[in-house]
Design a protein around this ligand. Structure first.
Ligand code: NAD
Length: 469
């Protein structure tokens, strides 16, 4: 379905050979008309988005199951429930968030009005990845609509069933004058990015993030980059091993490991590695039964290319749990690799699959040095019964987010900003932070026309006397 423009405004394309110029100028005209500015309009569009989630729930579960065997519980939780949390938070607070913010004044502006206006940017572009194909389009879209923008949404072509659903169904709920879905592969997205947008919100890999940032730079377009990387998970010697194993296994094997904030590898002592192994085996069996391939609660890899890339990482260290693969089904068993070396293939790239390498370190200090010697990750996890250890890891490292004694759960709070730092991303969103992302804080001073005598102090001819000297 690549290269199309979802049901929406009729476009006179091919303007100057730019297939998307017509679409962008149509949306720009709608934005300039002021249609998206009133709060009632924004609320109505957001409510329509809520109806899309309610009425197309089964279609969403079916499409994500077809794309990557996403278990329906996981799909419901991440693609629907978390979107609705963000939506409800926005609907409940929008009138408050939109309000002008009045600020302090100086002596000469006492009779004036000084405030920050929450302005929309204009026409914005949202590019999504395939792993949470609804969530990672809709959560930014909620903020973009709430902030009063017109939006082009570009789902990933890799999750093709969900891409089709978004193109065919989402557009039926939204005002097509102001919101459009573009289905596009790499070539078409390159052309789309030639157009001037007023804001670009990109979720995907760091390498494509660079391409998007370069395209945005041509128009000096501000951007958010939600990227990935390798998220370390430090497990100290003092902890409840069974609980740690369940929480780490859940985070690693959720969505078959295809989660940007999944714990990518464990750092622990040799002694802890020995204790963790049976506990992880038990947790995996508890979750998925003796044969995870038969479990309805364990997903599949999204595509053949991704399957082959992940399978090639299995040669790292020693396979302690799992390791089975089935190319026809794109199945990779929940796998734990022991004694993995920093130079092994699994430690050279983000795994983004159901493989958990364990790298042995001497102690917490070595784990912190290991983390700090690498790019700042999207998330860091630290497990310990001693809260001082968790606090030390937090204190002495840097990452987009942090969660002590669990994995992934920080993402469920709309009150926490979500985003990366360094090569894991730029900018943040969720809840009010998404509204802020798509809002230009316009500084405004509305002066009183009186008190001209006071103003004349700054007009020429100047004098020492006017400076009070
Ligand atoms: P990707 O970068 O390959 O693709 C993301 C989007 O970019 C897709 O819509 C794709 O069509 C488009 N794209 C791909 N190549 C392009 C190009 N050359 N020019 C313009 N657009 C292009 O990423 P992916 O494989 O879909 O997702 C996996 C990556 O995304 C992982 O690195 C993961 O960590 C990251 N991710 C980050 C978050 C986050 O919230 N930070 C969430 C999910 C995934």
């Amino acid at each position: 379905a690549s290269g199309g423009i979802g049901k929406g405004p009729v476009i006179c394309s091919a303007i100057c050979g730019n297939p998307y110029a017509g679409l962008v100028s149509h949306l720009r005209a709608a934005w300039l008309s002021g249609k998206t500015r009133p709060m009632e309009y924004r609320m109505a569009q957001l409510e329509a988005l809520g109806r899309f989630l309610d009425e197309k729930k089964q279609d969403i579960l079916d499409a994500t199951a077809l794309d990557m065997g996403k278990p329906s519980f996981e799909a419901y939780f991440t693609e629907i429930l978390l979107c609705k949390n963000n939506l409800n938070d926005t609907l409940n607070n929008l009138s408050h968030w939109m309000k002008d913010e009045y600020v302090d004044k100086n002596l000469v502006t006492q009779l004036d009005s000084a405030f920050i206006r929450k302005d929309p940017y204009g026409v914005v572009l949202i590019i999504g990845p395939w792993n949470y194909p609804i969530h990672l389009l809709l959560v930014p879209l909620i903020g973009a609509i709430a902030a009063g923008n017109c939006v082009v949404v570009k789902p990933s072509e890799t999750s093709k069933n969900t891409e089709r659903l978004v193109a065919e169904m989402l557009t039926c709920y939204l005002d097509n004058d102001c919101f459009a879905v573009v289905t596009a592969g790499v070539q078409e997205t390159t052309r789309l990015l030639e157009n001037k947008f007023d804001y670009i919100f990109f979720t995907g890999s760091p390498s494509v993030g660079r391409i998007v940032m370069t395209a945005a730079a041509k128009h000096l377009t501000p951007i958010t980059l939600e990227l990935g990387g390798k998220n370390p998970c430090y497990v100290s010697d003092t902890c409840d091993v069974q609980n740690v194993a369940r929480r780490v296994a859940w985070g690693r094997f959720f969505n078959a490991g295809q989660t940007c904030i999944a714990p990518d590898y464990v750092l622990c002592s040799l002694e802890m590695q020995e204790k963790l192994m049976p506990a992880l085996r038990e947790a995996i069996t508890e979750f998925f039964g003796p044969n995870p391939q038969e479990s309805p609660d364990f997903g599949r890899i999204v595509g053949d290319k991704q399957f082959r890339r992940i399978r090639a990482l299995l040669c790292s260290g020693r396979v302690a749990i799992g390791g089975q693969t089935d190319e026809k089904e794109r199945y990779i068993a929940p796998t734990v690799l022991a004694d993995v070396l920093p130079s092994d293939p699994a430690m050279q790239e983000e795994i983004f699959g159901p493989i958990l390498p364990i790298v042995v370190v001497a102690d917490m200090d070595e784990a912190i040095d290991f983390i700090n010697a690498r790019p700042q990750p999207l998330a860091i996890y630290a497990f310990s019964c001693d809260s001082k250890v968790v606090k030390q890891v937090l204190e002495r490292t840097s990452s987009g987010g942090f969660c002590g004694n669990d994995t992934l759960m920080h993402v469920t709070l709309t009150s926490l900003p979500f985003g990366g730092i360094g090569s894991s991303g730029l900018g943040m969103y969720h809840g009010k932070f998404t509204f802020d992302t798509f809002t230009h804080r316009r500084s405004c001073l509305h002066r009183n026309m009186g008190l001209e005598a006071l103003n004349s102090l700054r007009y020429p001819p100047y004098s020492q006397q006017k400076l009070g000297l």
